[in-house]
Design a protein around this ligand. Structure first.
Ligand code: SF4
Ligand code: SF4
Length: 371
């Protein structure tokens, strides 16, 4: 006799899911079209139809540890063909946002960063910290002479502040990912056919060229946009290490000449980020016959990254034009967006990298992977 299970719908979870972009979940009538068109669905996996019915029932405990939701990269092939306008692609995006929110610690940070109504508060926090720090140390004024940002905001202040907070955020992220991993393995079993390190390496090597993105048809150009944004961030991370190396090892201080290879690398990375995020916006705005809506969680991240890139480029251009009264405030605004991006990353859209990598690693370890 088969095992009987009592399912208890979590009404609150359904409400929360609908609030973060999954408002159409109830429209699904299980026709299975999405499972047929989804390039990530396997023969044994009724995906994303399974998640749609689980979402309707509010099965939060199963959904937030469902590794399959991380296979979806929001191509929206399914939403294009869904006869009910249930937008399964958007519902899966909302489920991923809920999963990040549930596992993030401290939880209140997840609620602040994932709630667009709190974005102003999240931005005000670093700005106030900067103003208080500069005020207390006597730096809250426009310095005389050549524009050199470290005269206004000394490098050691930035490093101590950012390194300590990014370190704390990193610890919180690792703990969140561990909770997520424990949740996945407890809910889905540990029938491993592959080692963790081998599966993780395979996942990373598959991700670097964005191999899975090439499977979708409706939004094939998403690959290029994501590629540019991802490598823009990687480039800016390398630039930060490069500058630190210059400062402490070679004692080369800012402003660094435009002809320096580090400057070239930094500017190309910033441009990659800007072009990539503009392509993301343009792709979402184009009418491809897809019934899809960008969630507030995604939109907040897109706007922050756009402002990060624009203020970074303006910070350099205004310095080159020599307008000190504009350059220093712009630098402060840019640092605010840098803070938002790197200190809040365990709670923002950026956090998805670790969750997705673990979910796909788990799928590879247990033979659930889809080629
Ligand atoms: S989400 Fe749409 S396509 Fe998928 S099963 Fe439901 S109604 Fe059908
Ligand atoms: S958005 Fe694309 S990858 Fe995600 S479920 Fe739909 S078809 Fe599959």
């Amino acid at each position: 006799m088969s095992e009987e299970r009592v399912l208890s719908p979590d009404i609150q979870f359904i409400k929360e899911l609908r609030a973060v972009g999954g408002e159409t979940v109830k429209k699904c009538y299980q026709c299975a079209t999405c499972g047929v068109v989804c390039p990530m669905a396997g023969d044994e996996r009724p995906f994303p139809r399974k998640e749609m019915i689980m979402g309707q029932l509010g099965l939060k405990d199963q959904l937030i540890v469902d590794p399959d939701i991380w296979y979806c990269h929001n191509c929206n092939d399914c939403s294009k063909y869904c006869p009910r306008g249930a937008r399964p692609g958007d519902v899966l995006g909302a489920l991923r946002a809920k999963s990040i929110q549930e596992f993030a610690i401290p939880k209140f940070m997840g609620q602040i960063v994932t709630n667009p109504k709190m974005t102003i508060v999240a931005l005000a926090i670093p700005l106030v910290i900067f103003l208080v720090l500069l005020g207390l140390t006597g730096h809250l004024r426009i310095p005389e002479g050549e524009i050199v940002y470290s005269k206004f905001f000394p490098i050691p202040y930035i490093e101590i502040l950012f390194m300590s907070l990014v370190g704390l955020a990193g610890i919180a992220y690792i703990v969140s990912l561990k909770r997520f991993w424990d949740g996945i393995t407890a809910a889905n079993g540990k029938n491993y056919i592959k080692r963790f390190d081998d599966a993780l390496l395979e996942t990373i090597l598959e991700f670097l060229p964005h191999r899975k993105f090439t499977k979708c048809e409706t939004n094939a150009d998403r690959k290029n946009a994501h590629f540019l944004v991802f490598y823009g961030f990687v480039g800016l991370f390398i630039t930060t290490l490069w500058i630190t190396f210059y400062y402490y090892v070679f004692k080369i201080h800012s402003p660094i000449a435009l002809s320096d290879p580090m400057k070239w690398f930094a500017n190309i990375s910033a441009l990659s980020l800007l072009v990539g995020i503009l392509m993301v916006i343009s792709n979402r705005a184009k009418d491809k016959g897809v019934n899809s809506k960008t969630s507030s969680f995604d939109m907040t991240f897109i706007v922050i990254v756009l402002l990060l890139a624009i203020t970074g480029i303006l910070t350099e251009l205004i310095r080159l034009m020599g307008i000190a009264g504009l350059a220093y405030p712009m630098y402060l605004i840019h640092l605010t967006f840098v803070f938002y991006t790197i200190v809040y990353f365990p709670y923002s859209k950026l956090a998805h990298m670790g969750y997705r990598a673990l979910a796909i690693t788990y799928a590879k370890m247990t033979g659930r992977d889809i080629e």
